[in-house]
Write a protein that binds this ligand. Structure first.
Ligand code: MG
Length: 154
């Protein structure tokens, strides 16, 4: 058994989609990023790489690489799953957004992650929090995500 932890954040800006777990959330602001900026998928990728002690998302998919400009993070997740070759047992994640309400989208995000990770939805937890008005995330200037995965590998 292996455990992995991942964290990501992105600045929120106008005229960008807000991607969370492969779902586009209706929002006036979205992630400023080289890729599509899916903060939750990026945290999950770092958790998977962390569990396998295989470095981090920046070393696998460098932002300086033009191939990854505006890339769909679902593709990066699929590549990571291929590289780690691990069976995920459980995923627990928290997304922090101040003004944009995620709660009514949580089930869609869980369903989508279940499909992407080939995992039963009962093994996928996604929680939503605010930052209580504190710091940049609390001023609605950024979005953050934390993820923990438990893996089994042969
Ligand atoms: Mg990121």
């Amino acid at each position: 058994m292996r455990i992995g932890f991942g964290y990501d954040n992105h600045r929120l800006i106008a005229n960008r989609p807000l991607m969370v777990g492969g779902i586009e959330i209706p929002s006036p602001l979205g992630e400023d990023a080289h890729s599509d900026g899916d903060v939750l998928i990026h945290a999950i990728i770092d958790a998977l790489l962390g569990a396998m002690a295989m470095g981090d998302i920046g070393s696998h998919f460098p932002p300086s690489d033009e191939r990854y400009r505006n890339i769909d993070s679902k593709i990066l997740l699929a590549e990571t799953m291929n590289e780690t070759r691990a069976d995920i047992i459980h995923l627990d994640a928290t997304v922090i957004l101040e003004k944009i309400k995620l709660r009514k989208h949580i089930e869609d995000i869980r369903k989508n992650l279940a499909k992407l990770l080939n995992l039963d939805i009962s093994r996928i937890s996604v929680k939503a929090k605010t930052h209580e008005g504190v710091d940049a995330t609390g001023r609605n200037e950024a979005v953050e995500a934390y993820a923990v995965v438990l893996l089994e590998n042969e």
